[in-house]
Write a protein that binds this ligand. Structure first.
Ligand code: NDP
Ligand code: 8X3
Length: 250
């Protein structure tokens, strides 16, 4: 049976790569993000391979989430797979120097946004007693690093929420898992450092993970047989031992 997946944060990085991976496998797509031009160009490219519908909304805006998801046309209302991927780090500061707007953004988008989108989709999954939710956590959800404070907190929350979802949705046979990457070369650092040139140095001197590496793992997780749930995956570049140790060539 052809499945339909909703991917948040599909306009770049891991979300965009996952959209392409799923399209190549014939999965129907609902792609979400805030940058309309990106949504349009990705839709144009992928609709040669599968059916694609796009939704433009901010995951941290509760009403926008509800309105967007309730606006889905009939043939896209049935969602089999939810990939909660939208999110970013905002800033990298010692806690005593942290910026309140950055903290709000990370908690509102990475944590509350994930919850809002999930809340809008889970009822149809419980009603059908089927579905698969993958939350994109991070190595930062397993280990705190200097200046990572609130971003790490948001990703620890994603992991706790993932476990909570798996427990509560267990009676319904709904699969829930987390994919937790280390350093992935995407627009992540451009966002974290707000366009500062330091962003260009983050992935230099070693081979970082590529968005496609994570997309392949996500597809692996969603393509297991019905009795297999990939509950939690930590994936690092070979050069990365943990959040603070990265073997660089300089
Ligand atoms: P990108 O910056 O490339 O992509 C982030 C995506 O999230 C974009 O599509 C963006 O779309 C979307 N997004 C951000 N804020 C919002 C919002 N308020 N509402 C809706 N969509 C939003 O980064 P990545 O691909 O790297 O990040 C994807 C996920 O992976 C994030 O959850 C991140 O924390 C996680 N991650 C990343 C790692 C890395 O090293 N890159 C490592 C571990 C985890 P738009 O701007 O169009 O709204
Ligand atoms: C992204 C990886 O190390 O920048 O979640 O926090 S890290």
């Amino acid at each position: 049976m052809i499945k339909t997946a909703l991917i948040t944060g599909a306009t770049s990085g891991i979300g965009a790569a996952t959209a392409l991976e799923f399209a190549n496998k014939g999965i129907r797509l609902i792609l979400c993000g805030r940058r309309q031009e990106r949504l349009d160009s990705i839709q144009k490219k992928l609709q040669k391979k599968t059916d694609v519908y796009t939704l433009n909304f901010d995951v941290s805006d509760k009403n926008a989430v509800i309105n967007a998801l309730s606006s889905l046309p009939k043939d896209f209302k049935h969602i089999d797979i939810l990939i909660n991927n939208a999110g970013n780090a905002h800033g990298l500061d010692h806690i005593q120097e942290g910026n309140l707007e950055d903290w709000d953004a990370m908690m509102d988008i990475n944590v509350k946004g994930l919850l809002y989108v999930s809340k809008a989709i889970i009822p149809q999954m419980t009603e059908r007693s089927s579905g698969h939710i993958i939350n994109i956590g991070s190595s930062a959800g397993k280990e705190v690093y200097p200046k990572g404070n609130v971003y790490c907190g948001s990703k620890h929350a994603v992991l706790a929420i993932t476990e909570g979802m798996r427990i509560d949705l267990n009676p319904f046979g709904i699969k829930v898992g987390a994919v937790n990457p280390g350093l992935v070369e995407t627009e992540f650092s451009k966002v974290r450092f707000k366009g500062d040139a330091i962003a260009d140095t983050v992935y230099k001197g070693y081979k970082a993970l590529q968005a496609e590496d994570i997309a392949e793992i996500i597809y692996f997780a969603i393509s297991r047989p019905p009795h297999v749930n990939i509950a939690d995956v930590l994936v690092l570049p070979t050069a990365q031992a943990n959040s603070t140790i990265v073997k660089k060539s300089f």
